[in-house]
Ligand binder design. Structure first.
Ligand SMILES: Cc1cc2nc3c(=O)[nH]c(=O)nc-3n(C[C@H](O)[C@H](O)[C@H](O)COP(=O)(O)OP(=O)(O)OC[C@H]3O[C@@H](n4cnc5c(N)ncnc54)[C@H](O)[C@@H]3O)c2cc1C
Length: 308
């Protein structure tokens, strides 16, 4: 009943959602291996240090510098024989790859697992998180993504053996052309301890910089509602919600966001929710720990000028 974790790297570091996947897998199996697809064998260093990992399987090839999902899914499907579980953090990376692995192995992937009830029964959200469904898998091999906000992030302290797999890289019909990544000095949205998030109430891209200023002051990540993204105030990398990022910071400050269910689906697990909104009936206010019912521009000016 061994488990394989598909590791996602940020540069050479193991990302938070892969660390959550290790914790989730530890509830399913005592024997957990990590799989890394990379062009750089020195990446084994950060993976082998992970606590709770027995061994690290690496597939190293220049073509894996930028992962081609068709190639990645075939490689993973090949490695899966002998494993009962394939577990990965819920991210764009895994959501792109795991359904293809599921198709190749003819099994049903289970996405966004928030709780593990038994070795084949899991809790996952439905209808934008309004329903938590308990699902039971009857597949021989179980493939799942887990929410990074629902499991502790496994730390370092291990010393797993590293094995470089000798495996032929399959042909693919698609070719990698380029990667455009947004660069930011701010904390990463999905793992930030504090998030300042802005909505349509900001009114313009220029005004949205007030959110960025406050985020910098609080050493927080910037988030946004889909309405703010659609209006062009900020790029969609920052969208929180059902079709954006799922976050669970210690502090979520929602400014000019009404609190549509699709937005709440992405941030309702935040520990402390503070709302700035001039509408006392905004749904966002109903789930807030603290509501500042006021004009957001006055509030942001005051907060941005506040000297600690
Ligand atoms: C399939 C689907 C998926 C979706 N996915 C997402 C998603 O992932 N994330 C997401 O956010 N949305 C998502 N949406 C959109 C969602 O339904 C809402 O339309 C959106 O969240 C609204 O954004 P908002 O709260 O910024 O805007 P609005 O609903 O327009 O709210 C603006 C708020 O600002 C307040 N305000 C205005 N001016 C001021 C002021 N001067 N001072 C103080 N307060 C002020 C208003 O009172 C209001 O509460 C999705 C919708 C669909 C159909």
């Amino acid at each position: 009943m061994s488990a394989l974790i598909l590791i996602e790297l940020n540069g050479s570091e193991v990302n938070a959602s892969s660390r959550a996947a290790i914790t989730a897998a530890s509830k399913l199996s005592d024997s957990i291996d990590a799989l890394v697809l990379t062009n750089d064998s020195s990446n084994s260093e950060s993976v082998s240090k992970l606590a709770g990992i027995n061994s690290v399987k690496m597939i190293v090839d220049d073509s894996l510098e930028n992962v081609n999902v068709e190639v990645a899914s075939k490689l993973i499907a090949d490695v899966m024989s002998g494993y009962k579980y394939l577990v990965s953090g819920s991210s764009t990376y895994s959501k792109n790859i795991l359904p293809r692995v599921g198709a190749l192995l003819d099994v049903q992937p289970i996405s966004d697992v928030c709780e593990i009830k038994s070795n084949n029964t899991f809790v996952r959200p439905l209808y934008a998180g309004n329903i938590m469904a308990t699902v039971e898998s009857s597949d021989e091999t179980i493939i799942m993504t887990v929410r990074a906000t629902a499991f502790e992030h496994s730390g370092d302290g291990g010393s797993a053996e590293v094995e470089v797999l000798s495996i032929t890289i399959p042909e693919s019909n698609s070719t990698f052309i380029s990667l455009q990544e947004s660069q930011s000095e701010r904390p990463e949205l999905t793992t930030a301890a504090r998030i300042v998030s802005g909505g349509r109430g900001l009114g313009s891209k220029e005004n949205f910089t007030l959110i960025e200023q406050l985020a910098d002051k609080l050493d927080a990540a910037v988030g946004a509602s889909r309405a703010a993204v659609d209006a062009g105030f900020i790029s969609n990398d920052y969208q929180v919600g059902q079709t954006g990022k799922v976050v669970a910071p210690q502090l979520y400050l929602a400014v000019g966001i009404s609190g549509a269910i699709q937005h709440l689906a992405g941030m309702k697990d935040s520990q402390v929710i503070v709302v700035i909104n001039n509408d006392p009936d905004a749904p966002m206010s109903r789930m807030a720990d603290l509501v500042w019912q006021t004009d957001l521009f006055g509030a942001l000016k005051e907060l941005n000028e506040y000297q600690v």
